[in-house]
Design a protein around this ligand. Structure first.
Ligand code: NDP
Length: 480
């Protein structure tokens, strides 16, 4: 049976207390391995290794640090098939999705930040004839990177890559639910030439290893992606120690369909933005608001495509919807489907578990589910479900759509479908969302700031924002 190890000071190591947790394949319901259930002792060893490695790593020229990160990107590309298989086995996502989205994007994270470090310029402020100020950005030191289970390697590397590029050393904790690709990354990082202790990976639960990491006095900054409640808890823990915090949290994203849009494109992309990765992407648009004059045509075309989605074995090439990540999460989604019925919703599609025959008979599969007739302020339309469940709601005018779109505590992303350029900008600027897509979804440019407003988070990732986060600005003022 597969036994994962921690990666501390450049070596694969068992957890100090020898405790492990089972690793489950959600598509089969079968245990296929064990992951360390690490504790504060493992975290402390990792922080010490990172602290010892920090002076040498920060002293390397940015070009040299970057070269190793680019090498790591190449190694991820070369091992794409192994990594994609591991991601699918761990998470239940279609293998085709892991091959085309998760793993390639993990590679681009390292490729991008490998070179970005060299473009991170020092600012100067000249006071003519008086003084010259220049701003140096020093790496903050040892940082924690904590990531969730939905896009395991993709989100893990999205944090690690800028931290390393900025000259920080990292202690990272993937979700204990999906640790396999992070484990495989350990070996690849050694092969890429990262010095021992520069990247440490400690496996374990949130309350165990995660909490110990957040509390550790040697950690100077925490980059966290996960649920809003966990983010609030981490903020409370970190605040008294004045650790820098970047929090990427939950979402309940609106998808606005105006009558003048390209309806075919809107339907096509809304299928993806509703159900990609079984709806388990923080950016999925789970509240679809459609202008009343095109509500019925949109609904008919959308439902026809929902019915055609194939739910099945993630390893089958024809599968579009894989397994939900765990039985507990499946039950949570099913409880929201019950709630939607109680709140008066009309079920238009799905709503049931799917029994996949053969090796997946014990897996956690769910039909893509669509409701209509739910008030924008009901719980189903306010709370994050994080599964393949969306609601359709007609609207009569722009202000109404905007009011409803902005009516949740979240503010991560939003999508707008229109051919009216003026409206696109007007609506985008009024949406309370850190990311707005117009006539597209999940379009990615690594230079842009990424993150949420309101309860969706604090700070921004991506491009220079991420490099700034992992550095401490110091102004030097020289009298002329
Ligand atoms: P959680 O908040 O449960 O967990 C996220 C990570 O934090 C996991 O590694 C978890 O460990 C760890 N953790 C849990 N408790 C603590 C703690 N006390 N101290 C330190 N670490 C802790 O989220 P999920 O894994 O369930 O992920 C789903 C959530 O993530 C959704 O709300 C989703 O919206 C959000 N998300 C946000 C994104 C964004 O960019 N804004 C992107 C993707 C997801 P473990 O799992 O091992 O217990």
């Amino acid at each position: 049976m597969l036994q994962l190890c921690n990666f501390i000071n450049g070596e694969l190591q068992p957890p100090a207390a020898g405790r492990y947790l089972p690793l489950l394949n959600p598509a089969t319901g079968q245990v296929f391995g064990q992951v360390p259930n690490s504790d504060a002792a493992d975290v402390d060893r990792a922080v010490q290794a990172a602290t010892a490695a920090f002076p040498a790593w920060r002293a390397l020229p940015a070009e040299e640090r970057g070269r190793r990160l680019v090498r790591l990107a190449e190694l991820i590309d070369q091992n794409l098939e192994t990594l994609a298989q591991a991601e699918s086995q761990d998470n239940g996502k279609p293998l085709s999705l892991a091959r085309t989205l998760d793993i390639p994007r993990a590679a681009s994270n390292f490729a991008f930040f490998g070179t970005a470090a060299q473009h991170f310029a020092t600012e100067t402020h000249l006071q003519e004839g008086v003084a010259l100020n220049y701003t140096v950005r020093h790496p903050v030191g040892v940082v924690a990177c904590i990531s969730p289970w939905n896009l395991p390697l993709y989100l893990f590397t999205w944090k690690i890559a800028p931290a390393l590029a900025a000259g920080c050393c990292v202690v990272a904790k993937p979700s204990e639910v999906t640790p396999y690709t992070a484990f495989l990354l350990s070996e690849l990082s050694r092969e890429a030439g990262l010095l021992a202790g520069v990247l440490n990976i400690v496996h374990g639960t949130g309350p165990g290893a995660g909490q110990a990491l957040v509390e550790h006095p040697g950690i100077r900054a925490i980059s966290f992606t996960g649920g809003t409640a966990t983010g609030a808890h981490i903020a409370r823990t970190a605040a008294p120690q004045f650790k820098k915090l970047s929090l990427e949290l939950g979402g309940k994203n609106p998808n606005l369909i105006f009558a003048d849009c390209d309806l075919d494109a809107a339907v096509q992309t809304s299928i993806r933005s509703s159900f990609a990765n079984q709806g388990q992407i923080c950016l999925c648009g789970s509240r679809i608001f459609v202008e009343r004059s095109v509500y019925e045509p949109f609904k008919a075309a959308f439902l026809a495509q929902v019915q055609a989605l194939t739910v099945g074995d993630p390893l089958e090439a024809s599968t579009q919807q894989g397994a939900i990540v765990s039985e507990a999460h499946l039950n949570k989604i099913l409880s929201y489907i019950d709630l939607a019925h109680q709140e008066g919703g009309r079920l238009l599609a799905g709503g049931q578990r799917v029994q996949v025959p053969g090796r997946c008979a014990e897996g956690y599969f769910l039909q893509p589910t669509v409701f209509e007739g739910l008030a924008p302020d009901c719980r189903v339309n306010q709370e994050e479900i994080f599964g393949p469940v969306v609601t359709l709601t007609p609207f009569d005018h722009e202000e109404e759509a905007l009011t409803w779109a902005n009516s949740t505590d979240y503010g991560l992303s939003a999508t707008v479908w229109t051919r009216d350029l003026a409206r696109a900008h007007r609506v985008a600027h009024q949406l309370q969302a850190g990311v707005v897509w117009v006539n597209t979804w999940l379009h990615r440019d690594l230079r842009t700031p990424f993150g949420g407003m309101k309860n969706s988070g604090l700070g921004r990732e991506g491009g220079l924002e991420a490099l700034r986060f992992f550095t401490e600005a110091q102004n030097v003022c020289v009298k002329l």
